[in-house]
Design a protein around this ligand. Structure first.
Ligand SMILES: [Zn+2]
Length: 321
């Protein structure tokens, strides 16, 4: 965090870290400074891309987000090409908030397989519907055994999932805590234009979740639907100690000044570069971020330092091991 941020923002995100504190990783930190991590990308099996109509009929989230034939789908190879173009080192590959269990398993298997093929470039998450109960927990365990580092993206609206319901979310949060996994959820602005899949996962809903799950890192996508703006309220600021916000789709939602504004509100340590590829190419997001007036340390934290620490990339993609 830069000197100016240190005065006005709390040392957020220190409450929950699965890794040794930065001070104990001096050589690792040097590497972090040069790593660029796109924390929010989506890839799907080639078969899903080729037969999207069939999958649209099976999965409600797919139908909500991707019914428009112009909506893009990409494979891991296409993502790697986009990463190379933008000089992104590592990408977190997410699923969608699937509603069909077989679709979820197929997509999860693909993300795990892609990460095995590109172990220095891709970090897999898996996606489930927490409302599946035990079945969801078993699927998360299965994926974690094969290398998944988190669960997401959740799409609570199409998944008909109440993030505030602890009957549903409690067991998942407990599992994530035990397995040291990260949760990433879609987020919706309560105001402004509509778009496919926007939904109603608003700051109020997200705040309820993060308040009840302070023991795991939770990434609220798309700037948390504006949740950081309410960090001006002390009780909200306190509740966001283990919450991260990614920049996914930012150029479609906000003016570029959102970047320094949110840095001032919650600190650079809470922000993760995310493109929402293939909706947007990482190149575009990086260009916007680099144009913002941030201190060098803040920029490095947002572009990859925070993500590297969160994901434990010290042995990292550019590392020797
Ligand atoms: Zn999203």
């Amino acid at each position: 965090m830069g000197p100016c941020a240190a005065q006005s923002t709390p040392a957020v995100r220190e409450g929950v870290s699965f890794l040794p504190s930065p001070g104990s990783l001096p050589s690792g930190l040097r590497k972090f400074a040069f790593v660029i991590v796109d924390f929010h990308t989506h890839v799907v099996p080639p078969r899903m891309k080729a037969s999207r109509e069939r999958y649209l009929a099976r999965d409600r989230t797919m139908a909500a987000l991707l019914a428009n034939p112009a909506a893009l789908l990409a494979t891991a190879e296409e993502l790697i090409a986009a990463m190379d173009e933008a000089q992104v080192d590592v990408a977190v590959t997410l699923g969608f908030g699937w509603t069909d269990l077989e679709v979820a398993r197929e997509a999860n298997d693909y993300l795990l397989d892609a990460a095995a093929r590109y172990p220095k470039r891709l970090v897999p998450f898996c996606s489930v519907n927490p409302a599946w109960g035990e079945t969801a927990l078993r699927e998360v365990e299965r994926c974690a055994r094969q290398g998944a580092r988190g669960v997401g993206e959740l799409h609570p609206d199409s998944q008909e999932l109440d993030l505030g319901s602890w009957d549903v979310m409690g067991p998942l949060v407990e599992l994530l805590r035990g397995q040291r996994l990260i949760l990433l959820t879609h987020a919706s602005e309560p105001v402004g234009h509509d778009y496919p899949g926007k939904g109603k996962t608003t700051p109020a809903v997200l705040l309820e979740l993060v308040r009840r799950a302070p023991s795991i890192p939770i990434v609220c996508a798309h700037w948390g639907g504006g949740l950081p703006f309410y960090a001006l309220m002390p009780e909200v600021q306190a509740a966001l100690r283990s919450t991260y916000f990614d920049t996914a789709a930012s150029p479609l939602l906000y003016r570029p000044e959102v970047v320094p504004t949110v840095v001032r509100l919650v600190g650079a340590s809470a922000i993760l570069l995310g493109s929402d590829y293939p909706l947007l190419r990482p190149e575009r997001q990086l260009r916007q971020l680099r144009a913002q007036p941030l201190a060098a340390q803040e920029r490095e934290a947002v572009l990859g330092g925070n993500a590297a620490r969160l994901l434990g990339l010290s042995e990292g993609p550019k590392g020797d091991g």
